[in-house]
Structures are given as structure tokens and as C-alpha cells.
Design a protein around this ligand. Structure first.
Ligand code: UGA
Length: 435
């Protein structure tokens, strides 16, 4: 099939590359000429495991091309995916200017039947706005609008795309539904469902899924905070709860709050949508409030230990990305931690396997960056762990003690066994467990 993907951010690039991998001819469009030129030369502009191999193979074989010209993509494609940013405005509402701008352009460019697919996370009712923008200069027989929310997790996005738990398609036109079924059929051979529904329900499904997962995380963070007070161990509680098949084991890990480009934005946007419809979504307000506090949990623990004036103290920080296997620092708990530590007068020495350059662009020389996780500990009063990169899971504890000024660890991701840390001679404070 002939596909165009408009927007080569994270979602667009993974979508375009994975569709090319199943034999489709894909052209990706972006207004950023420098980025397009780099992609033409084979440079993948984001870090995502496994993407580079698929990208290179399909680019070389000519199934994955790049352009700055929307008209060229429209001439090529029978299906056009919109994978454009929807940043939150000041009031928390998703800003649709990019999506509706491209829809207006498409209205003048499309000349034969084309399926236009919303891939971005967009508020309920957006497909109807896209439809109206397309209908401005275009006969309704020449296009269908489809909502096809994505459920990719950064770090495992290629795998999520190639083997989705389900594919959700909002579609009200049988002709477009047949096109989408054919397109996704290779991805669900294992038997996972393609779930077709009306447009508004598909748009709602994405927000409901992300908001539910965020709710689970805030709930577990509160359970963890309470475990600390009552003398329970959240690790045991998590296992005891998660073994109930009605609850399930995944997404029950407490920590330093959820971050990234999706959960914070989507929870806020759903709460805003509810407000617009006169509904007070009380749980979401609580989910956001808990998360705002939890992002400071590690910094709070450090201040509780040393006092709120950290002048003269040095804190080593392991992990900057909002989660492992990405260089993405959007809404990363590490940034909130750094802000608080700097405000309290501490020196901060950091290490992250992928995200240091992105953090350097924000903090410059205000903190230091180290190529090695042990080097970051040199002369530090304590270590704070904020992201659970695998490389932090089994460190050499003796080496840590040699580099740290004192053996004190604040662990925001519960990486280590409590008894082992005590035996190794550490003061060890984690989330929802006893010190
Ligand atoms: C999330 C969803 O998981 C995807 O399904 C969705 O497609 C995507 O948003 C999106 O809307 O584009 P992502 O933001 O990449 O994906 O990351 P997650 O793996 O979901 O993690 C989100 C945050 O929750 C991270 O900060 C992570 O550390 C935190 N988290 C996750 C926890 O604190 N505890 C957990 O048990 C799980």
C-alpha cells in the first residue's frame, strides 16, 4: 500500500518505518528541511532501540523516503497518517493548530480517494474537526477520516508497533475500515484484535488507557508512601496485589512519579475535556496532585536526612531520562530533583547512558556530567537514583563505597535488596520500604 506519514517525530518515524517493514511504500513528510536531509542520508533523529536497523534496511531498499513537500506525499499516498504534535496550551487543552493546519492544506491537495488517519493523541471530537477542514475544498466522496490512536511505549516502540496487544480504529465508513483492516492484518497474525469503533470512542480510548495507567502509578505511589509510615514493604504488597489476575503485575511499580511526553499531558487533557463538558473528573485531579508531589520524593528524602540547606553537599544522580532506554527527558522526574537540589544549594554530579546531552542543553555548567557511573560518585555525600537503567541494577557495591564520601543511597526506583544493602554497609532509603 502507498502511505504518507506527516510529522517525523517519535510516533511518525516509528509508524512510517514499521509500515515500510511490512512491504508498504512509505513517504515521510516534515517541514524541518535539515532533519529531512539527515534522514535521507540515513541518520535516525531519535534514539529508539531497534529502529535504526529497520530504518536503514527500508531506506536502502527504497520503501522509506523523506520529503519536505506535502504535495509530493499526497500524490503518492492512498493513506495519509497525521503524526503531528499536540502540545498542551496554558489551560491544559491540546493545541490542534498543527493537525488542523495540515488538514486545511490537504483539502487543497487531495485529488483522489484518500484515507486520512489521526495518529496523534487528540481530544474527543477532533476527527470531526479534521473532516470539516478537509471538506472545505474537497468533495466528501474523496476522503474518509479515521482515528487510530497509538499505544507505543518509548524504549520498546518498535516491538509494540510490530506486535500490538490490539489495534484500535475509529472509523465510520466501511470503505476506509476495509483499508485499515488490510493495512494492519500483518501486525495481528498472532490473533490479537483489531477493534473497530466509532470515531469519538477511539479518541476516548487512548486517553482512558493512559489516564488509567497513570492512575495505577499514583495509586501505588500513595500505597508506597503509606507503607513507609505503617512499617510495610511495598515490594511485597505489590507482588501480593499483582498476582490477582484481575489486577495484574504490570504498571504497579512505585517510584518518583510518572513523566514523559504522554501521561502528564494526556491526564491533564482528559481532565480539561471533562471540564469542558461540565464534568468534574475528581480522580484525575488527585492523580495529578499525587504525581506533582511524588516527583520530589527523592529530593524530600535527601532534605529530610541532611536538612533543607544542602550548601556544601554534593549529590550524585544516576539516571536523567524519564525512563530507561530513551534519551527523552520531557517531564523527567530527574529535572524536578535537580531543580530542588540546586535550589537547596547542593552540587549535582550526573550520569545517564543516553540523556546527558539533552540535560546539558538545559542546565549547562550548573551541574556536572560524567561518562562513567562510578566517576559520578567521586567525592559525593550520597547517591540518588531516579531512572532504573539496567546498568544500575547490579553495580559493584565496594566500588560505589570507594568513590562516595559516605555510603548513603536514596533509591527512587527500588533497585536493590534491602538486606543486601545493610550487609554492604549502606544507609539505604528507597520508596515504600523500610530504611
Ligand atoms: C505511554 C504508554 O505506556 C503508551 O502505551 C502510550 O502509547 C504512550 O504513553 C503515548 O501516549 O504515546 P511512555 O510514555 O513511553 O508510554 O512510557 P511508559 O513506559 O508508559 O512510562 C510512563 C511513565 O510511568 C514513566 O515515567 C515511568 O517511569 C512511569 N512508570 C511506569 C512508573 O512509575 N511505574 C510503573 O509501574 C510504570
Amino acid at each position: 500500500m502507498k502511505i504518507a506519514v506527516v510529522g517525523t517525530g517519535y510516533v511518525g518515524l516509528v509508524t512510517g518505518t514499521c509500515f515500510a517493514e511490512t512491504g508498504n511504500e512509505v513517504i515521510c513528510v516534515d517541514i524541518d528541511a535539515a532533519k529531512v536531509e539527515k534522514m535521507r542520508q540515513g541518520i535516525v533523529p531519535i534514539y529508539e532501540p531497534d529502529l535504526d536497523v529497520l530504518f536503514e534496511r527500508n531506506r536502502r531498499q527504497g520503501r522509506l523516503r523523506f520529503t519536505t513537500e506535502l504535495a509530493e506525499a499526497v500524490a503518492h499516498a492512498d493513506i495519509i497518517f497525521l503524526a503531528l504534535p499536540t502540545p498542551p496550551g496554558d489551560d491544559g487543552a491540546a493545541d490542534l493548530r498543527y493537525i488542523l493546519g495540515v488538514a486545511a492544506d490537504l483539502s487543497r491537495l487531495i485529488t483522489r480517494y484518500t484515507v486520512v488517519v489521526d495518529k496523534s493523541t487528540v481530544p474527543v471530537g477532533t476527527a470531526e474537526l479534521v473532516h470539516a477542514a478537509l471538506a472545505e475544498h474537497l468533495d466528501e466522496s474523496l476522503f474518509s477520516v479515521v482515528s487510530n490512536p497509538e499505544f507505543l511505549r518509548e524504549g520498546v516502540a518498535v516491538d509494540d508497533f510490530m506486535k500490538p496487544d490490539r489495534v484500535v480504529i475509529g472509523v465510520e465508513d466501511p470503505k476506509a475500515e476495509a483499508v485499515m483492516q488490510r493495512l494492519y492484518e500483518p501486525f495481528v497474525r498472532s490473533g490479537n484484535p483489531i477493534i473497530a469503533m466509532d470515531l469519538r470512542s477511539a479518541e476516548m480510548t487512548k486517553y482512558a488507557a493512559n489516564s488509567y495507567l497513570a492512575t495505577r502509578i499514583s495509586f501505588m505511589n500513595e500505597i508506597a508512601n503509606l507503607c513507609e509510615k505503617v512499617g510495610a514493604d511495598v515490594d511485597a504488597v505489590r507482588k501480593g496485589m499483582g498476582s490477582d489476575t484481575r489486577i495484574g503485575k504490570r504498571f504497579l511499580f512505585p517510584g518518583v512519579g510518572y513523566g514523559g511526553s504522554c501521561f502528564p499531558k494526556d491526564v491533564q487533557a482528559l481532565a480539561h475535556t471533562a471540564g469542558q463538558f461540565g464534568y468534574n473528573f475528581r480522580i484525575l485531579e488527585a492523580v495529578m496532585g499525587v504525581n506533582t508531589d511524588q516527583r520530589f520524593r527523592v529530593a524530600d528524602k535527601i532534605e529530610a536526612y541532611y536538612g533543607s540547606d544542602l550548601a556544601g553537599k554534593t549529590v550524585a544522580l544516576w539516571g536523567l531520562a524519564f525512563k530507561p532506554n530513551t534519551d527523552d527527558i520531557r517531564e523527567a522526574p530527574a529535572l524536578y530533583t535537580i531543580d530542588r537540589l540546586l535550589a537547596a544549594g547542593a552540587h549535582v554530579r550526573t550520569f545517564d547512558p543516553e540523556a546527558m546531552e539533552n540535560v546539558r542543553a538545559i542546565y549547562g555548567d550548573a551541574i556536572s556530567y560524567h561518562e562513567d557511573q562510578y566517576e559520578a560518585l567521586e567525592g559525593a555525600d550520597c547517591l540518588a537514583i531516579v531512572t532504573e537503567w539496567s546498568v544500575f541494577r547490579t553495580p559493584t557495591f565496594e566500588r560505589m563505597k570507594e568513590h562516595l564520601k559516605s555510603p548513603v543511597v536514596f533509591d527512587g526506583r527500588n533497585l536493590y535488596d534491602l538486606r543486601r544493602m545493610v550487609e554492604a554497609g549502606f544507609y539505604y532509603d528507597s520508596i515504600g520500604r523500610q530504611t
